[in-house]
Design a protein around this ligand. Structure first.
Ligand SMILES: [Ca+2]
Ligand SMILES: [Ca+2]
Length: 386
């Protein structure tokens, strides 16, 4: 189905709502999809990887003291990301998309960053204290919402105005890797508490990253916790972990070689997952070795929302003879494929990334993310000024 730019975010939803609705419902009704997907694989890798993490506990900064922290205490900690000048963007033109080029010098001020993605447990605390409702949990009043647009957008179908979010459901077979409506579905009732629809829940998923959060939700959580979202310049500096001009947070070794390095899609996306990294779907945070700054899962697991607007040619605006201090992105978004849908930057890739598809576990990879919609592979982490 062809994308119609005039229908704003709903064009995105519409193309997801294809002829597989019945199949979607059947799969979603089975409940916690992560459980189903990961059931057979958890014992093969999870325990051994966690042991490595315990041994690798390094340089955690407790905001209240500098004492050594237990693993449970680490869940609420941040690490110092020392500022400086670095080359932002890809140094590998063969692997990079145009949006990652050219490399340009930026200077970033020191800041603190969460060691892991925000978890369901953390987000629950926020909601319990504030009564906050996420975007995915609310209906849209079209009469109010349509005033946002300068063009006359046709009213979407009612299901797209009812509470819901976008859920990845692996297809048995696909016809191509371009039409993502084969594996993304709009599911009414899907939200952070019910990741795969009304019959799913997050019991036992306290340490999993929260998903189905829109930009506004992430900002609200960050503000409540006394933090903020990172700029993409901050995020990339942090993700590089002190390494220079490397492809990944761990260096240049392929994600497919050696011990599992992150939660990504092993096998043929999106029809076959080999569980080689231990997880077919989402993983709890901190299951893989951290990068050089002690940050977990900057590559893979969930995409991480940044504060910048997404500009597809933003990097072309930099004077390569200058150093830009704390860039905060373009004044507004630009994304030719969906020009009327406001896009923010997200970074790091997710459990769905694979070398055959997007390989966005690379530190320079950047992706547009609709700020109005939640998805089952998008989360975030926060930063704090010193
Ligand atoms: Ca995986
Ligand atoms: Ca991540």
């Amino acid at each position: 189905m062809k994308i119609k730019v005039s229908i704003i975010i709903f064009c995105l939803h519409n193309i997801f709502f294809i002829s597989c609705q019945n199949e979607t419902k059947e799969i979603v009704d089975k409940g916690n999809f992560d459980d189903i997907l990961n059931k057979e694989s958890k014992t093969c890798c999870e325990s051994s990887i966690t042991d490595i993490n315990l041994l690798d506990s390094i340089a955690y900064i407790n905001l209240d003291s500098n004492s050594v922290l237990s693993l449970s205490e680490q869940f609420n900690t941040m690490v110092l990301i020392k500022g400086g000048v670095y080359y932002m963007g890809s140094s590998n033109k063969e692997m990079a998309l145009k949006r990652e080029l050219p490399q340009h010098k930026v200077k970033v001020t020191s800041f603190l960053m969460d060691v892991h993605e925000v978890t369901n447990e953390q987000f629950s605390e926020f909601v319990q204290e504030t009564g906050y409702q996420t975007v995915a949990e609310k209906s849209i009043d079209w009469e109010v919402y349509k005033k946002k647009f300068k063009v006359n957008a046709p009213k979407p179908k009612n299901e797209f105005l009812s509470p819901g979010s976008l859920v990845f459901i692996p297809p048995k077979k696909i016809s191509n890797l371009v039409d993502f409506s084969q594996w993304w579905f709009w599911v009414n009732g899907a939200n952070w508490k019910h990741p795969y629809g009304p019959n799913s829940d997050i019991k036992g998923k306290e340490k999993y990253p929260v998903i189905h959060v829109a930009y506004k939700d992430a900002v609200a959580y960050a503000k409540w916790s006394g933090k903020r979202l990172p700029t993409e310049a901050e995020w990339e500096l942090a993700a590089r972990g002190g390494l220079k001009n490397k492809n990944y947070p761990w260096g240049d070794v392929s994600v497919n070689v050696g011990q599992p390095k992150c939660n990504y899609w092993t096998g043929n996306f999106p029809t076959n997952n080999t569980k080689k990294d231990g997880f077919v779907g989402l993983a709890p945070v901190m299951q893989f070795p951290p990068n050089g700054y002690g940050l977990y899962d900057v590559a893979g697991n969930v995409w991480e929302i940044c504060s910048d607007w997404y500009g597809e040619d933003y990097y072309d605006s930099f004077d390569l003879n200058s150093v830009f201090e704390n860039p905060k992105g373009p004044k507004t978004w630009k994304y030719s494929l969906e020009p009327l849908d406001p896009k923010r930057v997200m970074r790091g890739g997710s459990f769905l990334c694979n070398d055959s598809y997007c390989s966005s576990y690379r530190v320079s990879a950047r992706m547009p993310n609709s700020q109005e919609t939640g998805m089952s592979h998008v989360g975030f982490r926060c930063v704090k000024d010193l």
